[in-house]
Design a protein around this ligand. Sequence first.
Ligand code: ARG
Length: 696
Amino acid sequence: DMEQITSHLQTLGISSIPTFPGVQLYPQHNPVDVYRAVIIQQLQTITGAEPEIINNAVQWTQDLKHGDLVLPVPALRLKGKKPDELAKEISEKFSSPLIQKPTAEKTYVRFFFEPKSYAKLVLPTILKQKGDYGFNPNLGLEDPKDPSSRKKKVIVEYSSPNIAKEFHTGHLRSTIIGGFLIKLYSRAGWDTLSMNYLGDWGKQYGVLAQGFEKYGSEEELQKEPVKHLNEVYVKINQDNSAELKPLNALKDRQKELEKLKMPKKPVKPAKGKPAEPVEPVVQEEFTEAHEKELAELPAKMEKVEQELAAIPSIDEKARQFFARMYNGDKEALQNWQRFRDLSIDAYIKMYARLNIEFDEYGGESTVKEANMEQAVVVLEKKGISEDSKGAIIVDLSKHGAPTLGKTLVKKRDGTSLYLTRDIAGNFERYEKHKFDKMIYVVASQQDVHMAQFFKILELMGEPYAEIVARCEHITFGMVKDPKGQTMSTRKGTVVSLADSLDHAKEFMHDVMRKNDDKYKQVADPESTADILAISAIMVQDYSGKRINNYNFDLEKMTSFEGDTGPYLQYSHARVCSMERKNPVPFEQLLAADLSLIMSKEGIELVRTLAQWPDVFLNTYKTREPVTVLSYLFKMTHVLSTCYEAKDASNHNAKTMSVMFAETPEKKAALMALYDCSRQVLGNGMRLLGLTPVERM
Ligand code: ARG
C-alpha cells in the first residue's frame, strides 16, 4: 500500500512523506496524514513552530465547508505576531501541489486539498484495504512505533445479567456498549477479552429453588429457560414479599429516621452564579422520641426475624438453602448448576443475534472465599474497616471520600456481599489475565457502588491499588418507555429482551412484505427482518452520548426515515444493488479515471470518505458510539445527494447516476466511488456491531 501511495505522490513531485520527531502519523492507514505531513513541514518552515505543536494544532473539521483541515493560529503558541496577521502570512507563503492555496479567515487558516489528486490517493486506498480501511492496529501496541512490540490486553466486562432475574434494558445497554468497546479496541490492535460476570450467587437462589418446586415446569424450563425462571422468580417473590411486609416496613422506617437525623446541608450556590432564593424545605425535626424509636428498631427487627425463622418463611428457607450451597452441598448445588447452564445456553443464542460472543462466562459464584477473606483481613489490618455490631463496615467518609458514605463488606452472619465479591474478583482477574486495562460497563444506577469498590481497592494499597489503577467504570444512562417514564416490573412496563427483539423483528418483517417484488428476492426474509430489527435497536441506543437516557420507542426506531438503523441498512443495500446491476472488474475500478467524477457532490463524497480514519481515531478517544454513528449519517446523506446530483449544463441529467453514465470510463469511475462508499459504510456499521445487509 505504501508503495502505491509513494508512487502516486512521486507523480506530483513529492519524493517522500516527511517524518518528524515526536509526531506519530500513519499515512499507510490514513490518507489525511499525508497532508498533515506536508502541512507540518511547510508550517515549520514558515513559522518556526515545533512539529509536535503544529500536529496538535491542526484539526479535522466536522463540516467540510470549513476545510479538510483547519489551523487555529493561536494554537501554535507563537509569541510576537498577531494571529490574524500570521494567518495571512501562512496563506500567502504556503505552497504544495497537494493542497490549494489556504484561506485565512480571522485567526484561522483553512486547508482545502486538491480534489483530483486527493481522490486518486483516497479511493484506491479504500479499494485495496477493504474491511481494514480506517482502522489502526498500531494504537494498542506497547510501542505504537514498533510493529513487533507487544499488544496490550484489555478486558471488557459487560452484559452481566442476573440468572433468574430478568434481562432488563440496563443489561441490554451494557451488552451493546460493551460489544462496541470490544470491537473498537480490537480494531485498534489491542488483545481483547470479553467477560460476562453473571449474577449467579446469593440467597436469591434459595428463593428460586423454592419457586421452582412450587411453580416450575420442566418442559417450560427446557424451552425458554430465561423467561420461565424469571416468571417463577417473580411469583415466588410475591409470596415472599407478602411474608416480609412487616420486616420491610421496619426497615423503611429505619431509613426514614436515619435520613431525618442527618444534618441538613445548606444549598451552596453554583460558582459564579448569584445564590438563587431557595424554597425553605420544611423538614420534620429529629426529636427525642425519634431517637428512641430508632434505637428500639434493631430489637424489633430481630424479633420479627425470629418469628419469620420459626414459620419457616420463604426467606428463612432461602437463607438455609443458600448456606447449603455455600458449604458445597451437592444436592443444593445441582439445580442451581442446571439453571445456570440452561440460562447461559439461552444467552449465547441471544448474544449471537447481536453479533456478540463472550470469551469468558464468570460470575459472582466463581469468586473464591479465600480471596474475599484475604481482602477483609487487609481492610482490618490497615485500619480501613471497622466493626459495627458484629458486621464489618468501611466508612469512606473517614478516608477522604465523604460522598461515598458507609458500606458493608461482611455481614453479621459472615456471608459475603456483592461489593466484597467485586473487590476479590478484581484481584483474581488480574492474577489470571494480567491485563493492561479493564473496563466495567455498568449502569449509572451503580455509580456509587463502583466508586466505593474502586476507592476501597485504592485504600488497600499494593497490589490492589496498582491493579485498580488499570480499571475504569464506563457508565450509561437509563432506558425509559416511549413516553419517557421509568419502566418498572411492578407497573408491567418492562419488556423482556427476547420479547422486544421478537416484536421488533415481526414489525420489520411486515414492513418488508409491503414491497412484494423486493421481498421475493430476499433469500432469507426471516433473518433479514431480524438483522434490521437489531440494527434499529442498536442504532437507537447509540444515538446519544452513553450517559444520556433514551426512550425505547419501537415505532420511531424501526422507521426508514430519519437517522435510524433501517435507514443505514437501506443505504447499504442500495449501493449493493447498484453493484449487482453494474458489475465492474476490480482492476478497472482501481484504474478508473477519477477526474470524471469531480462534480461538487462527488468531491464532497471523496472528502467525507477520507475522514473515516480520523473518525475512528476520534472514536478511540471518546469511546462514544455516537461519534461513529453521526459520521455514518453524514456520509450517507452526502451519498444520497450524489444520486440526485444534476449536471450544471443539463439540469435533466443526473450526472452521478451510473445508469446514465455516458461512457464505460465514467461508469467505472462512479462505481469506484460508490464501491468505496459501501465499504466505508460497512466498516462503520460492523464497528458498531451491525450486520450490513445486501438486500432488503
Ligand atoms: N449483575 C449485576 C446487575 O445486574 C451487574 C454486574 C456489574 N458488574 C460488576 N462487576 N459489579 O446488577
